[in-house]
Design a binder for this molecule. Structure first.
Ligand SMILES: Cc1cc2nc3c(=O)[nH]c(=O)nc-3n(C[C@H](O)[C@H](O)[C@H](O)COP(=O)(O)OP(=O)(O)OC[C@H]3O[C@@H](n4cnc5c(N)ncnc54)[C@H](O)[C@@H]3O)c2cc1C
Length: 469
């Protein structure tokens, strides 16, 4: 009996066990060998990009098999339950009104959005001085001038091929910090803008100006990137979208099955994963280019693609969600947004559920300023919150950490590309290689780096592959 027939005869319960997680993997690995499967398209990665692509294939009756390394779906979206049907987001969380691809998908899947809480004043705590300010009071004329200049330059970077911008070489030879030194006259502008960019993308002193300009254009404007993109959240969290798509896929999704090898030497691709060996006419690899480094390709990929994968940078992040009986800061006229330079709590936001039945502060912590020991870190984060928000912050009811630096399957949350990568190797980002196609938010022309970009990349790759089948 062929492996394929064995799979067909595997009781549904056994195969579902494999789809649920590695604990049950022995239920389907026959004689220690992965089960064979033959499909039209294999998809590697069950984040938003891979799942969206797979959903499109199924809608067009194309046989698909999605292989995911972890025992869960959602990739860089990962939510923790806080009870009462509410969650806090450990990964991606906000969306904005122009992110129409993810909003459309959410609507189809029946996942609603709600407005992020942003009424009230911001706390700034710098060099030991704490004060509150409103959005209107922030932002000098110099800051507005610099942002307008960046917006204008961003429009000169074509979305489809940013490496072909007229000044691509020049802008890819300097960092954002280099550019700010000569274009932002006030030190305060450089510092404030630097912090904004660091929160969005990564350290300005390490990130290429060309890449950042592409990022701005891809989002629409600096304002869209920094303000609009944070306007909304998903009821039940963004991972709900992936979970719903996973249910639709059923047996066509295999979890806990990392792909280690891809043989693309013949007309039929052979994809080796822990639980399943898939033969496919076409393959979609749906993840950050840096994450594809863990897969062995036979024959080796062309030099430009290999270099792109090697040089791609992922910036890890560390999110902490601290839960309180109520959002006590709102009564004090505070929005929950705080920016500080003294402790691990570098930047905080109100992350309470839509009905405000609990209070949640989400904190992007600076691991360099946080103790390594988990208990000591928790104490230090809470003490830091008490300095910012007062003594009520000392009494949380729950505390969730999500440290992406320790994640085995994700190189980083966002991609602050260094100088020279985009202009030299960017052309290999989306270009198919034989029967291999690339997806993942980093390949998106619009809202690159965001959940919306991930969904768009899944839709784009599905169309690209369908034309070839
Ligand atoms: C802390 C944090 C905060 C963020 N905040 C926001 C936000 O507020 N708004 C926003 O829009 N975006 C945000 N993002 C970014 C957003 O989450 C991502 O852009 C999006 O989820 C990427 O989806 P993807 O499908 O392209 O990639 P991924 O989610 O990275 O999916 C790739 C998948 O491939 C799997 N994989 C890797 N290697 C293998 C292998 N060898 N075999 C099989 N499977 C493999 C991975 O496990 C993963 O599931 C944030 C991300 C993080 C981490």
């Amino acid at each position: 009996m062929s492996h394929l027939n064995e799979l067909a005869n595997t009781p549904r319960r056994e195969f579902l066990k494999a789809a649920i997680g590695s604990t049950f993997a022995s239920g389907v690995v026959i004689g220690g060998e992965p089960i064979a499967r033959s499909v039209d398209v294999a998809v590697v990665g069950a984040g938003l990009a891979g799942l969206t692509a797979a959903r499109e294939f199924r809608c067009h009756n194309i046989r698909v098999c999605v292989l995911e390394a972890r025992d869960r779906v959602g990739g860089r979206t990962f939510d923790h339950s806080i009870g009462g049907g509410h969650v806090v987001e450990g990964g991606g969380q906000w969306v904005g009104p122009t992110q129409t691809a993810i909003l459309g998908l959410a609507k189809e899947l029946g996942v609603e959005t709600f407005k992020s809480y942003e009424k009230g004043k911001t706390i700034i705590s710098v060099s030991g001085v704490r004060f509150t300010t409103s959005a209107e009071e922030r932002g000098s004329a110099d800051m507005r001038k610099v942002k307008a200049k960046l917006d204008a330059m961003a429009k000169e970077v074509p979305l489809a091929d940013p490496w072909a911008a007229k000044r691509a070489k020049e802008w890819d030879a300097i960092t954002i910090a280099d550019w700010l030194k000569t274009n932002a006259s006030r030190a305060e502008t450089r510092e404030e803008l630097g912090l904004e960019i660091e929160t969005e993308l990564g350290p300005p002193e390490k990130t290429s100006l060309l890449w950042f300009l592409f990022y701005i254009h891809s989002a629409g404007s600096f304002h869209a990137l920094n303000v609009e993109a944070q306007e909304l959240r998903f009821k039940g969290g963004p991972q709900a979208l992936s979970k719903k798509m996973a249910i639709e896929l059923g047996d066509d999704l295999v979890l806990a099955s990392p792909v280690s090898k891809i043989d693309h030497s013949g007309d039929v691709l052979i994809i080796e994963s822990k639980l399943v060996r898939v033969k496919a006419k076409r393959l979609v690899v749906a993840m950050m280019p840096a994450d594809t480094r863990r897969i062995e390709f036979n024959p080796a990929l062309p030099a430009q693609r290999t270099a792109l994968m090697k040089k791609w940078i992922g910036e890890p992040g560390f999110k902490v969600n601290v839960v309180y009986p109520k959002p006590f800061w709102r009564e004090a006229g505070l929005s929950g947004l705080a920016v500080s330079d003294h402790g691990p709590a570098g930047i905080t936001f109100d992350n309470s559920p839509p009905d405000g039945s609990k209070g949640v502060l989400v904190i992007f912590i600076d691991p360099k300023k946080a103790p390594k020991d988990g208990q000591a870190r928790r104490r230090s984060v809470i003490e830091d919150l008490a300095v910012l928000f007062g003594k009520s912050a000392k009494e949380p009811t729950d505390y969730f950490e999500t440290d992406w630096a320790g994640d085995k399957w994700i190189t980083g949350c966002v991609s602050p590309l260094p100088k020279g990568v985009l202009s030299e190797y960017g052309i290999a980002l989306r270009k198919p290689i034989g029967n291999i196609h690339w997806a993942g938010t980093e390949t998106s022309e619009v809202w690159c780096g965001y959940m919306d970009g991930a969904v768009r990349s899944g839709q784009r790759v599905a169309q690209e592959v369908r034309k070839e089948l």
